[in-house]
Ligand binder design. Structure first.
Ligand code: ADP
Length: 274
């Protein structure tokens, strides 16, 4: 992918309230150009809401989202789409379109609205389909695909958009382990800045430069994976017991989850179930 210049992202004191509920209570987040930043946290902690504020699907009730220092609220939809690509959990409005047509939509911010796909667009779409392993089902209707196939199509759509910032909401949740690793490896290798919501903390530790942990609509911790993913923090935020070690192959933190309630004796001694 040719790629735009990576965007510097700053989220400043973003608050988001709806129908009397405050879902984000003044969140600060920064991503340097080219950084891969993960957003993790329990269900309902505000991760998707934060991502939607960043890519402009929601307007913060207070605070600002800055792209290269400019307030994103001042950008028109097309200007924003030239800089920010989104891999949502699923795509709406694709009725009857083939995978190739859905992916080609990623080129539209770079064209005038009446402009047909040129040879360059056609080539870029074909390349992106191959990159995500979607070549075999490129001409099938998007609506008929499995969750994992759709997810790969949406990644391809984001790739052809040449974004400076890529926002991904659980991009691996439908993928088998091979495609999880491929998609995260691809995101890391892009020149774009990436902001990803991830559930798998071990994948987040391996693929993200820095992490933000959300809890109850607030940032509970931020820093490198090793700084953030501690047994204490995981107990506090997720209410789970863990052993965190440094993975010998990746040097990233490696989390092993222990059964709740302390039934299992540590080290596998007496009291171990079964
Ligand atoms: P996450 O992505 O971390 O699971 P979300 O950002 O999707 O969390 O949601 C944060 C919280 O806000 C959840 O508890 C969710 O139920 C709630 N929420 C989302 N939309 C609304 C809404 N329109 N009105 C009230 N609560 C909402």
């Amino acid at each position: 992918m040719s790629g735009r210049r990576p965007v510097e992202l700053a989220v400043e004191a973003v608050r988001y309230s709806v129908e009397g509920h405050t879902l984000l209570h003044g969140v600060d987040l920064a991503a340097r150009p080219g950084e891969t930043v993960g957003v993790v946290g329990p269900n309902g902690s505000g991760k998707t809401t934060l991502l939607r504020c960043v890519y402009g699907a929601l307007r913060p009730t207070a605070g600002r989202v800055l792209l290269d220092g400019a307030d994103a609220a001042g950008l028109g939809a097309k200007d924003r789409a030239r800089r920010v690509a989104v891999v949502p959990q699923d795509a709406a409005g694709t009725f009857g379109l083939t995978v190739r047509e859905v992916v080609a939509m990623g080129r539209s911010p770079h064209k005038r609205f009446w402009e047909q796909d040129g040879p360059d667009d056609v080539r870029r779409v074909a390349e992106a389909l191959e990159t995500v392993g979607a070549g075999d089902f490129a001409d099938r209707p998007y609506d008929g695909l499995s969750g994992g196939e759709r997810q790969r199509a949406l990644v391809a759509r984001a790739l052809v958009q040449d974004p400076g910032l890529l926002a991904l909401d659980e991009p691996t949740n439908h993928l088998d382990i091979r495609y999880q690793l491929e998609v995260l490896g691809l995101v890391r290798a892009l020149p774009a800045t990436a902001l990803l919501v991830l559930h798998d903390l071990n994948l987040a530790a391996s693929y993200c430069d820095r992490l933000y942990v959300l809890s109850g609509g607030r940032v509970a911790a931020s820093g490198t994976p090793a700084q953030v993913l501690t047994e204490e923090l995981l107990a506090e935020v997720y209410g789970v017991r863990t052993r965190v070690t440094t993975h010998p192959a990746t040097a990233a933190p490696n989390i092993v989850y222990l059964p709740p309630g302390g039934h299992r004796a540590e080290g596998g001694g007496p009291g171990r179930a079964g």
